[in-house]
Design a protein around this ligand. Structure first.
Ligand SMILES: [Zn+2]
Length: 358
């Protein structure tokens, strides 16, 4: 977390998606932060959860437990690379818009990240990033029908020049069935909801209301490429729409931020359309010393909005301010609901993961 003071802002969407931007299934294991495994072929240490993914790509990565007996030559292999050097090599050209999965993301995203990085070397050679950085992408996706829930193959075309993602009901159709403007477009993986490991939910605004479509592709790389192509389009749109609007990092006090809460994960964005959360706060339970209070500590200065909220975590306090009392009340109620609910076993691992974040 880079800054303690943030302005809180609630802007309601007519749908609920503005406040539940992502809901990744919790797939963490308690030992997730312990790098107990090593990839001999890549020369990096990984945690238990990641070691399972590495194990599924044995031609790229051969994993070995640090508890095992090690040959001198194996130790030398690890010493010759190491996590820092590997990152410098394999992640040297990750595009700013490219989604870097965390341990809470679905398996598909995490596995494709490993494959993109180590198998396809996409972040060493920018010419390999064509599928998502060209500004144009066209192909077929399975789209769930609005009425009967059946998936049908549909042609999709994303064009940064047109500023839209379109899909067509007939392959040779001239007119698209839907035009989704890049400025309101958002995509999140929702495998459980869609019932497919590659299920992607695409959200957009039409006539000021939120619409969703659900798609998948049987090939995981194809789907992740679509996902990142959409992110690239949004990122480039924002660069054009808000040029240079990125340099207020060093101002003191409160900043205006867009907040979304997804279960125990409070995320804030500089702009609601931003590709990345600027930061995240994990909200635990009252048994684990998390509290929400109305108001701000008496010494607090520099806020423009009068309706303060203080979230106390075991490590620190987070201060927010809302524009209206109603918004303050709604946010406090939302935080309270989460805090009142005891933490599930896997949520301890999520909490630990947040604490270990640099
Ligand atoms: Zn890991």
């Amino acid at each position: 977390m880079q800054s303690e003071r943030q302005g809180a802002r609630v802007i309601r969407d007519s749908g609920s998606s503005a406040r539940i931007a992502r809901s990744p299934p919790l797939q963490l294991r308690p030992e997730v932060t312990e790098p107990d495994w090593a990839s001999l072929t890549l020369g990096v240490f990984v945690c238990q959860a990641c070691s399972l993914l590495h194990r599924s790509i044995p031609h790229i990565s051969q994993v070995k437990s640090v508890q095992d007996t090690w040959e001198d030559s194996e130790v030398e292999l690890m010493a010759a690379m190491g996590n820092g050097a590997a990152k410098a090599k394999y992640e040297q050209k990750v595009p700013a818009f490219y989604y870097r999965p965390t341990h809470t993301d679905c398996k598909l995203l995490r596995e494709q990240w490993i494959r993109a990085k180590y198998e396809r070397n996409e972040f060493e050679f920018i010419e390999k990033q064509e599928p998502y950085s060209a500004g144009y992408r066209e192909g077929f996706l399975w789209k769930r029908g609005r009425d009967n829930g059946q998936f049908l193959s549909r042609k999709f075309a994303l064009s940064e020049r047109d500023g839209a993602l379109k899909y067509f009901n007939k392959q040779d159709a001239r007119d698209p069935k839907a035009v989704m403007k890049i400025e309101t477009l958002n995509a999140t993986f929702q495998p459980a909801k869609i019932g497919n490991p590659c299920g992607l939910q695409i959200t957009y605004l039409k006539d000021n209301s939120t619409r969703n479509i659900f798609v998948y592709h049987s090939d995981a790389k194809e789907m992740v490429d679509w996902f990142n192509a959409i992110r690239a389009a949004r990122f480039h749109y924002l660069q054009v729409a808000f040029p240079g609007a990125s340099d207020e990092e060093h101002t003191e006090g409160f900043k205006k931020r867009w907040f979304t809460m997804d279960d125990r994960r409070l995320m804030y964005f500089k702009d609601p359309l931003d590709a990345y959360a600027r930061g995240e706060v994990f909200i635990g339970s009252k048994e684990n010393s998390y509290t929400v209070l109305a108001g701000l500590p008496p010494s607090t200065q520099g806020y423009h909005w009068n309706h303060g909220i203080t979230i106390v975590t075991p490590d620190r306090k987070f201060l927010f301010a809302c524009e209206t009392e109603a918004e303050q009340r709604d946010w406090i109620a939302a935080f309270q609901r989460v805090i009142n609910r005891p933490m599930r076993p896997q949520e301890y691992a999520v909490e630990a993961h947040f604490k270990h974040k640099p």
